[in-house]
Design a binder for this molecule. Structure first.
Ligand code: ZN
Length: 458
């Protein structure tokens, strides 16, 4: 029997009658050994290199925080446990923490808002989301890769952001009033967490959003427009089609027209894309279908209003066909990228950026790739998490103490560097970067329906 096993036996014998008394100090010391093998590992004073060998994840602040976050399931609507854990973690690490209740899903849903000291109004906000798409996939660490739901989108960003802030505070770079952190629920559906954050009563000069961008700084991302094409017909025997109205035939005609549309795009974001994602219609081959419906998502790269008009015009005049627009609709989002040292990119997915109101600068950056988010094999590279800590540190510092430069401007096909070291940039033509940021709801409002996820990110 090993010594530790003997100690555990004595500690557990605490609960039974012993023929001799154990001094209380010894008793509590022994009892503490019995908590669990993992706590035993933490309590035994092994040299650091042995601890690192036994649990290399625990030896890294960003990896251990990331593991804790990913291990707690937090599919949208069920974010309570991860929010409580995170609030506790940030409190333990000397941040002032507020939680904000978010409605919906009948759950106890909480945004987590944290800052240094008493000043809740800060220059910069760093933020991401703590909900994930379903289903939960357990955490698994391999040599260079970490798997699990949310490992990439967006708990990789959350862990790297918090680690960056902690290290900058520890190094004396950040002080009260510099940076706040906000971790919201609900990003993967309707953005209700970030929309609730508009009621926190604070605003910022700069906001750094964390989403998978492959460690690149995003120049902009496409907007989204979700709608259904509904076709109403009349049932009849398939041998006598003239007695009915074929809803499927009319839906097919409408979808063919939509599929052929060339929707407005932009130089910055390229083309809008239209996806006919789901089709339902009819009941049997020998029945003229009375009802058919298709769900469509447009990734909007150009003007939203113009896009909606073109879609409406395309299906005009088709018997029994109407459009039902979801209330999630926004145009392209223009981002800030006036920080040197980052590769630049544009994104075709939606984010919480348009849900946070205010006249702040908007940066979008994070570890992992959107191409591996939301899938069965979601993962992030450990090296991405380490590099993202440095990337976020750089963005935070630049947001607070910007080096004097203005952004590159795309002019036609070329990209040319603008002048450096001009505190007030001279006015330049930005016609080629004409991106309409439309944050309002441009479509008729309809209640959300089951089976039509307003997922803004895949
Ligand atoms: Zn995300």
């Amino acid at each position: 029997m090993k010594l530790t096993s003997a100690l555990l036996l004595i500690a557990s014998a605490n609960a039974v009658q012993l023929p001799f008394a154990i001094p209380s100090g010894v008793k509590s010391a022994l009892h503490s050994y019995g908590d669990s093998i993992s706590s035993l590992r933490d309590r035994v004073h092994l040299p650091q290199f042995l601890k690192n060998l036994a649990d290399p994840i625990a030896a890294s602040p960003v990896l251990s925080l990331h593991r804790s976050l990913v291990e707690i399931p937090s599919v949208t609507g069920n974010e309570h446990a991860v929010a409580v854990w995170l609030a506790d973690f940030l409190t333990t690490n000397n941040f002032t923490v507020e939680t904000q209740a978010v409605g919906g899903f009948k759950g106890d849903r909480l945004n987590v808002f944290a800052y240094v000291g008493k000043n809740r109004t800060t220059h910069t906000l760093i933020t991401s989301h703590i909900d994930t798409v379903p289903p939960f996939i357990p955490y698994k660490a391999a040599v260079s890769t970490i798997y699990g739901r949310g490992s990439n989108d967006a708990k990789g960003s959350v862990a790297a952001q918090i680690t960056a802030v902690r290290e900058l505070v520890k190094d004396g770079v950040l002080h009260e009033g510099d940076v706040a952190m906000l971790y919201v629920v609900g990003e993967e559906l309707s953005g209700d967490g970030m929309k609730a954050a508009n009621h926190l009563g604070v605003g910022w000069k700069s906001v750094i959003f964390g989403e998978p961008t492959e460690l690149k700084l995003a120049k902009g991302h496409k907007g989204i427009l979700l709608f259904s094409v509904v076709s109403q017909g009349k049932a009849s025997h398939s041998g006598y089609p003239h007695l009915g109205i074929n809803a499927n035939s009319h839906l097919i005609k409408a979808l063919a027209r939509l599929d052929d549309l060339h929707l407005p795009g932009s130089d910055l974001l390229g083309e809008s894309t239209l996806n006919i994602g789901r089709i339902d219609g009819g009941v049997a081959p020998n029945v003229i279908p009375a009802f058919a419906k298709a769900d469509v998502a447009v990734r909007v790269a150009g003007d939203l209003d113009e896009t909606i008009v073109m879609i409406k015009d395309a299906v005009k005049g088709i018997e029994g066909v109407r459009l039902e627009f979801m209330d999630v609709a926004y145009g392209p989002v223009e981002l800030d990228y006036d920080v040197e040292g980052f590769e630049l990119t544009v994104c075709s997915y939606g984010t919480d950026v348009p849900n946070l109101k205010g006249d702040h600068k908007k940066y979008l950056y994070g570890p992992g790739s959107i191409l591996t988010a939301h899938g069965d094999n979601e993962y992030v590279l450990k090296s991405d998490l380490f590099e993202a800590v440095n990337g976020y540190k750089k963005l935070i510092k630049e947001s607070l103490w910007p080096t004097k430069r203005v952004p590159d401007i795309i002019e036609g096909k070329g990209v040319f560097d603008m002048k450096f070291a001009h505190p007030e940039p001279e006015p330049v033509s930005v016609t080629a970067v004409k991106v309409t940021e439309t944050l309002g709801m441009h479509a008729p409002k309809h209640p959300k329906r089951e089976g039509f996820a307003a997922d803004s990110e895949l």
